[in-house]
Design a protein around this ligand. Structure first.
Ligand SMILES: NC(=O)c1ccc[n+]([C@@H]2O[C@H](COP(=O)([O-])OP(=O)(O)OC[C@H]3O[C@@H](n4cnc5c(N)ncnc54)[C@H](OP(=O)(O)O)[C@@H]3O)[C@@H](O)[C@H]2O)c1
Length: 324
């Protein structure tokens, strides 16, 4: 049996909309009709073979999560850990433990758009550094979807002051934070606004993080007070230079959040509460839905700020061999 899917045949090219064999359903797995899949930065990286979980196998179907319909009609949010057969297809074979039923009437495109970017801060503040009521948070790289949602998530989880730092000043002022710092104003401006924060959610890494770590620690009034830095994204570069003194002269704790840093079981345990928040609209990004058949055309379109591309398989029925 075949289905249509977004198929990567070369790591240098956008995926093509092609027929693909429906995977075998193994023990404990469910065959879902896929309804909506977010085109997240993580998905684009995976399709270039560059993600740290990539095995380099081709052809591959991109997509790490989505909303689907089980054979009994229940709509579910699901995640996959297969880097070769992803979710951008009419059908997905998914471990029954990796799906969460959606509340009745949930907007499937909204859920598909929001879960991945929202999860980055939700899991960081629940599982990596459980946030205490009133703690202050700096979001480094707040102008993207995940960064903007991190401000909403931090407040929902009890943060006190939230400082948003980002490059695009127009987008920055729209982030629901208590203070805003343009990265273009330099590390001293950032330190003036955020030297006393308890937690940093870092979506940038690279030069902005390098400068910010030193500036914040230098300006901190009590260096022995813990500063938790959670590395989440690397929009500004994959590496930094970190002076060893940063780790000796202050109570600076650096860790990351992502697949591998948190167990699948812990991720899954966080999903129902996050789905409820998204369904209620307290954490949101606007989905821009496009038929899966147009995947090649839209693949390299830059995201409009505040929007996330969501691909929707046109028909959820599989296609027979004879139809191809
Ligand atoms: N670990 C996890 O669990 C997890 C989960 C989701 C996402 N992430 C990661 O988080 C990052 C952001 O994801 P997203 O969904 O928010 O992507 P997005 O919506 O595309 O936003 C990315 C933003 O990064 C900003 N940016 C890019 N280069 C920059 C630079 N040099 N300096 C400052 N800002 C820069 C851009 O802002 P402007 O152009 O507006 O300045 C852009 O809006 C990605 O690296 C993604 O892989 C990690």
């Amino acid at each position: 049996m075949k289905m249509h899917a977004a198929v990567v045949t070369s790591f240098d090219e956008a995926p093509h909309y092609l027929p693909f064999e429906v995977p075998e359903v193994g023990e404990g797995q469910v065959l879902l009709d896929v309804l909506a899949v977010g085109l997240h930065p993580r998905v684009r990286t995976g399709a270039t073979g560059q993600h740290y979980t990539s095995s380099g196998t081709l052809p591959m179907i991109p997509g790490v999560d989505g909303v689907g319909r089980r054979p009994d009609g229940t709509a579910v949010y699901f995640v996959t850990d297969d880097d070769v057969i992803g979710t951008m297809a009419e059908k997905a074979v998914v471990d029954a433990r990796r799906m969460i039923a959606l509340p009745a009437g949930a907007d499937v495109a909204k859920v598909a758009a929001a879960m991945n970017p929202a999860m980055s801060s939700w899991v960081a503040l629940r599982r990596r550094v459980p946030i205490q009521p009133g703690q202050s948070v700096l979001i480094l790289g707040a102008t993207g979807n995940a960064g903007t949602m991190a401000a909403q998530v931090a407040k929902r989880l009890g943060a006190g002051r939230v400082v948003a730092a980002g490059r695009n000043t127009e987008r920055l002022v729209a982030v629901p934070a208590d203070a805003h710092v343009a990265l273009g104003d330099g590390p001293d401006a950032l330190a003036a606004a955020a030297a006393e924060v308890d937690i940093v959610l870092d979506y940038l890494w690279g030069k902005p993080a390098e400068a910010a770590i030193v500036a914040l620690l230098t300006a901190r009034s009590d260096r022995s007070r813990q500063l938790d830095w959670i590395q989440i994204g690397s929009m500004a570069g994959p590496t930094i230079e970190l002076p060893s003194v940063a780790l000796r002269s202050a109570n600076f704790r650096l860790q990351g959040n992502g697949q591998g840093a948190v167990s699948p079981r812990a991720y899954l345990a966080e999903l129902p509460a996050l789905i409820d928040e998204i369904d209620a609209g307290s954490i949101a990004v606007t989905p821009r839905t496009v038929p899966l058949a147009d995947v090649e055309r839209v693949w390299n379109e830059p995201d409009v700020p505040g929007e996330r591309l969501v691909l929707t398989p046109a028909g959820t029925g599989s296609i027979s061999e004879s139809a191809l």
